[in-house]
Unconditional design. Structure first.
Length: 150
């Protein structure tokens, strides 16, 4: 049974171009697909690629669990189409590094550096003085400086 957050790719033998549609929780036959079609399960994908400027030096924190994490805030310019729909020109995104290798790379960054980050979008839950809180961050898998700030 396909999962509810995966996609299905259908290819008809008479037309080799794949078409995408959301998979349903239960297998439901496609009314317009003929008996010659085959379905292939496509896994979900959570991948973020950012190129932007570092807003401030990365900050290291120790969690109550003892884990160390390094957080950096990245400023990413919006594309021209998005600027026509909103007055906001940039997005400021929090990026978190959990692995020592990525943290070593990020520690060398300075404010204003142009950087590239690859990772996944994560929603993290924790307790604050005001109660339970959640935040959305980019969990960094790879990080590098593209251009050092002048």
């Amino acid at each position: 049974m396909p999962s509810s957050n995966s996609s299905t790719v259908t290819t008809r033998k008479d037309d080799q171009r794949p078409t995408r549609r959301r998979a349903r929780a239960a297998a439901v036959p496609d009314a317009d697909a003929d008996s010659q079609s085959s379905e292939v399960q496509v896994p979900s994908r959570n991948e973020v690629v950012l190129h932007g400027r570092l807003a401030a030096p990365p900050v290291e924190r120790e969690l109550p669990s003892g884990d160390l994490l390094l957080t950096a805030r990245i400023i990413v310019d919006r594309d021209p189409a998005a600027r026509q729909r909103s007055t906001q020109r940039v997005d400021t995104l929090d990026c978190v590094a959990w692995t020592a290798r990525v943290q070593r790379s990020m520690r060398r960054w300075s404010t204003g550096d142009l950087i590239a980050v690859t990772g996944a979008l994560r929603r993290r839950f924790y307790r604050a003085d005001s109660g339970p809180v959640s935040r959305v961050e980019v969990e960094v898998r790879q990080a590098r400086r593209l251009v050092k700030a002048a």
